[in-house]
Ligand binder design. Structure first.
Ligand code: SF4
Length: 467
């Protein structure tokens, strides 16, 4: 069997079979470029020694912060096996951290935004020995050429999933009865039309988004259903950026596969605005919706440009209860502006609204990341709490002025890690988080608005991270 000269590696894609492999694989194969791929989330890189050794070009997908950490470790390993290979990092986090990745020799080139066509061009030049790092293809940054993220609409193709690890390797969908099902994923749009300050999508797409044609989306779903998948996660940054597109896809999906369930992510303002669509989606197989609640303090929500208020969060909570649809809020409790009372307010809200089982405990430990080259850094670079760039950890360091918040963050991190090791319930972990927060605040827990959880564990994926 001949070994390809191009290797695509995905580090981690939130428990899903990587779209960031499947999509460029199709673009490459249509151009006749022979490519191997490996998903490090479920495969052992040591089984790919020969491919690494004989590759001329290796692409490493880093679409999120955790993936970038792994990608950097991986690049060191790759360099020891093959010091002539061209290493290209692609994905939003590659673009944000381009200077560090290029200057520290982790990468020879970087692509962000709509990456597929630039990847094909780069592969073609390298395979034809025509690549010049001083004049790379459009959208490719090198140590001497800085390219902007690619933000041109491209001809979307049905992702090539044939050679990827099968779905039994990935996160399952757990229904409301606790039964596990094979889960697949796809995207119906890319980018986002909003510009929330802390969101990495903002720093790359700057309010632009691209719609993937419905026949491409449906074909991708069809291919996955044929492989046994019975649940689809729509992994768009915001599924409701194009509401008519979203509902059209849902109707087509439900018409062809009435038994398939699905989930999606959307911002709170969209959920409130499109309540009628939400009801139709629930009746068409929507099993749960993820949405970034973040925290409840209106001033901080405004600073982050979230486009929702505490009142909106209360209305959304009520709306999901009335529709009887599962809401899985994601959180951002630790920011330089969050007070310990804000944190208590958040746990009280979660406890008193029967949301404990809807929120993975790891969400209570999330801390604001400030990537280099982000809009967030540009906006607050002169603030007293802003520290130096920790380039190797891909974030600016910041310290809270209230040391109790730093301690709370660190202790919740330990607590959540321990709970995951012991496989503790969300409920038990939540109680410990609540107790810790009240103790550090020096307040009596009898003021807690905690109510006993009365709903069963809601439907979700068997993966803690979903943002
Ligand atoms: S947080 Fe959500 S709505 Fe805001 S910019 Fe990011 S993806 Fe868009």
């Amino acid at each position: 069997m001949s070994i390809s000269k191009v290797l695509l590696i995905s580090c981690y894609e939130l428990g899903h079979q990587p779209f960031s492999l499947a999509s460029p694989l199709k673009f490459m194969s249509d151009e006749g470029i022979l490519v191997d791929s490996v998903d490090l989330a479920v495969e052992d890189i040591n089984n790919y020694y020969d491919q690494i050794q004989s590759s001329l070009l290796i692409f490493v997908s880093v679409r999120m912060h955790n993936a970038l950490r792994q990608g950097v470790r991986l690049s060191q390993k790759i360099r020891t096996i093959n010091d002539r290979v061209h290493l290209c990092f692609y994905g939003d986090y590659a673009g944000l951290n381009a200077e560090y990745l290029l200057s520290d020799s982790h990468a020879d080139s970087i692509i962000s935004g709509e990456f597929e066509i630039s990847m094909v061009e780069l592969a073609r030049l390298i395979l034809n020995e025509a690549y010049d790092y001083k004049s790379p293809p459009e959208g490719v940054s090198t140590s001497c050429v800085k390219s902007e993220p690619v933000l041109q609409r491209m001809p979307f193709l049905v992702p090539e999933r044939q050679g990827l690890p099968d779905y039994s390797n990935y996160a399952r969908f757990r229904d409301e009865h606790g039964k596990l099902h094979l889960a697949g994923s796809t995207e119906t749009t890319r980018g986002c039309k909003y510009e929330c300050l802390h969101c990495p999508v903002t720093s790359v797409y700057h309010g632009r988004f691209f719609v993937i044609p419905e026949d491409v989306v449906l074909s991708d779903i069809r291919n996955q259903v044929e492989k046994g998948v019975s649940h689809i996660s729509f992994t768009d940054p915001d599924f409701l950026n194009g509401p008519s597109h979203a509902i059209k896809i849902v109707r087509l999906l439900n018409y062809e596969f009435p038994e398939i369930t699905f989930d999606f992510t959307a911002r709170i303002s969209h959920l409130l605005k499109y309540e009628d669509l939400l009801i139709e989606m629930k009746n068409s197989g929507c099993a749960f919706v993820v949405s970034a609640l973040e925290l409840l303090n209106d001033d901080i929500l405004q600073l982050l440009d979230k486009g929702h208020t505490r009142l909106d969060i209360e209305r959304t909570t009520k709306m999901f209860q009335e529709i009887d649809l599962v809401w899985r809020p994601s959180l951002l409790p630790f920011t330089p502006w969050t007070s310990i009372d804000d944190f208590l307010d958040l746990v009280d809200f979660v406890g008193s609204n029967d949301l404990i089982n809807n929120i993975d405990p790891v969400q209570f430990s999330l801390r604001l990341l400030i990537p280099p080259n982000s809009v967030l850094y540009d906006s607050y670079s002169h603030s007293s709490w802003m520290g130096n760039l920790d380039a190797a950890n891909f974030t600016y360091i910041w310290h809270h002025s209230d040391l109790r918040m730093e301690r709370l963050w660190s202790e919740i991190n330990d607590l959540v890690r321990e709970s995951q090791k012991l496989d503790s319930s969300y409920y038990d972990t939540f109680i410990k988080i609540e107790k810790l927060a009240y103790e550090l605040a020096g307040k009596d827990m009898s003021f807690s608005k905690f109510v006993t959880q009365h709903r069963p564990i809601p439907a979700g994926l068997t993966e803690s991270w979903f943002c």
